[in-house]
Design a protein around this ligand. Sequence first.
Ligand code: ZN
Length: 84
Amino acid sequence: MTEIIIEGVLFVALIATVGALFYFVLMQFTPVGLRVRQAKNRRQLDRAAELVCPIHGPRTTEDLVRLTSGETLCPDCYKETFNG
Ligand SMILES: [Zn+2]
């Protein structure tokens, strides 16, 4: 009974290792991996750009105000817009 359980666990570990190796090779040595990394870079830059208010400068994620529409806004711009 114990041998069957150990064999099952080892088989699952083998499948996971082969999958991880396949993912690593795919991401490091193929054009697909390059495209994924470039898209990740773009998302990082987009997120960083969203944190910079053109009027008041850079803000942290915790400072931003979420509107009911789902967009985020600089707190100073929110005060100026909604409170005059
Ligand atoms: Zn602002």
